[in-house]
Design a protein around this ligand. Structure first.
Ligand code: 2M8
Length: 444
């Protein structure tokens, strides 16, 4: 039975509390018993509605694990040796790379930079807080500022070395959309070599608790490629300049680039408001990456990824195509066309959808699978991002329709990792922290 909105808020707060380890939230019990980078940003966005100070804890914990280059790792491992594969023993970042932090155990990859958006939301939420809390929020954002700037500088310098506004990633995990059809073509060229070190998957057991695991997760063949890429990264000792020339997976992620545009703009407003350095630099990054995003769009305004290794454009019918709704900058005709695409039967207007929120792959695409992870299911934080992007660009009507549908979907109170678009059956882990967090924000 669907919960009422006040019940849902209480349930979401309770679910988050269960995943709270003090100064970080695990992404989900069992399946993801550590902190993930973009999950932490969404968690902070949701927590800002409950406690701006606790929201800041989350970002501070993540940034305390930042590398000397400015890289913010995609996983910060929790103290306990909670089972997850690949765990710290497979990454061995600290052993291989002097840039890895000494105080935290991390992965050596990145995830999309949603953090600047979270900082802006925390500062906004603090407006209605008591004066002492607001003062503390401002002080703590000031203290975090050099780390935030370093993160954005890392992305601009190391992941867009040619200055084209294309965000290079070395692994599907860096996109956060691990097995999305976006990466099928580049992964076809990733072939584990003879020196591949075998591994045991931990995800299927962890998910066994909720059933249906193998059909809802990437395949074994995909996992072997994921692990192989980490082996390649270890071989170059997590050195960006070597990775960018040698890795067998090198693509430009248009969705992460669009998030980077928005995050730069959001942080620039924070800089202006608090008198912090770097506003012009951040706006410069936003302009550069917006240009990069728009350069990939077709006549619908739909964006594409690039295979930088093969030198090809990756046109897939996935949610990443809506990147311009986050970056902005489309001319009015193509903005209208992209909106029409979003509400068309290829996406939210598909007649069989239980809730009219965007699936991660168009139900009309051949690669679509309603239950397999990033190949079709609806993911609450992606829904949140599009709502946010639409609201930000003044598309209030479209935003409101998706917002209402998203809240209805989340009213099952389970905060699943992802949902079957046709039945809205909860899939994957639960309660997933970022699903509960975006529910809190949408209901506020
Ligand atoms: C998923 O990715 C991890 C690897 O990073 C995994 O499958 O083990 C993705 O959905 C990713 O976007 C997410 O951040 C992470 C934790 O929720 O899980």
């Amino acid at each position: 039975m669907a919960l009422t909105r006040p019940q849902l808020v209480a349930r979401a707060a309770y679910a988050l509390r269960g995943n709270d380890q003090g100064r970080l939230h695990v992404a989900a019990p069992n399946l993801y018993p550590h902190m993930w980078s973009w999950d932490a940003a969404f968690v902070a966005i949701g927590l800002a509605r409950l406690s701006t100070l606790r929201a800041l804890d989350e970002l501070e914990t993540l940034f305390a694990a930042q590398w000397r280059t400015g890289l913010v790792p995609h996983i910060v491992f929790t103290d306990g040796d909670a089972p997850y594969e690949p765990g710290p023993k497979r990454w061995t970042c600290r052993e291989l790379c002097a840039d890895a932090p000494s105080g935290a155990s991390t992965s050596g990859l990145i995830q999309p930079p949603v953090h600047g958006v979270a900082v802006r939301r925390i500062l906004d939420a603090a407006r209605s807080a008591p004066a002492a809390e607001r003062r503390e929020v401002v002080e703590r954002i000031r203290a975090l500022w050099p780390s935030l700037l370093a993160w954005h500088r890392y992305l601009a310098a190391y992941r867009d070395a040619d200055g084209l506004g294309q965000l290079m990633i070395y692994h599907g995990w860096e996109s956060g959309m691990d097995n999305s059809p976006r990466w099928d073509a580049p992964y076809a060229a990733v072939l584990p070599g003879a020196e591949f070190v075998p591994f045991r998957r931990a995800d299927l057991n962890a998910l066994g608790l909720t059933g249906g695991a193998p059909s809802q997760r990437p395949t074994d063949a995909e996992y072997a490629k994921y692990q192989w890429l980490i082996q390649e990264l270890r071989q170059v000792r997590y050195d960006d300049s070597r990775a960018r020339d040698s890795l067998s997976f090198r693509v430009a992620d248009v969705f992460a680039a669009a998030i980077f545009v928005a995050a730069n703009e959001e942080l620039a407003t924070v800089a202006d408001e608090l008198g912090l350095p770097g506003a012009d630099e951040l706006i410069g990054y936003a302009d550069r990456f917006r240009h990069g995003v728009l350069a990939t769009t077709d006549e619908r305004g739909f964006a594409a990824d690039l295979d930088l290794r093969a030198g090809t454009v990756l046109r897939t019918e996935t949610i990443a195509g809506f990147a311009p709704l986050l970056s902005g900058g489309l001319d009015p005709a193509r903005q209208a066309a992209l909106l029409a695409e979003l509400t068309s039967p290829r996406w939210c207007g598909h007649p069989a959808l239980q809730y009219a929120v965007p699936p991660t792959t168009s139900p009309l695409a051949v690669e679509f699978d309603p239950v397999r992870y990033w190949r079709g299911p609806q993911w609450p934080p992606m829904t949140w991002l599009l709502i946010w992007g639409l609201e930000r660009s003044g598309e209030q009507e479209a935003a409101l329709a998706i917002r209402e549908a998203a809240i209805d979907q989340l009213a099952d109170g389970l905060f699943a990792e992802y949902y079957d678009p046709f039945t809205s059956a909860p899939l994957g882990a639960r309660p997933q922290s970022w699903s509960a967090a975006v529910a809190l924000d949408l209901l506020a």
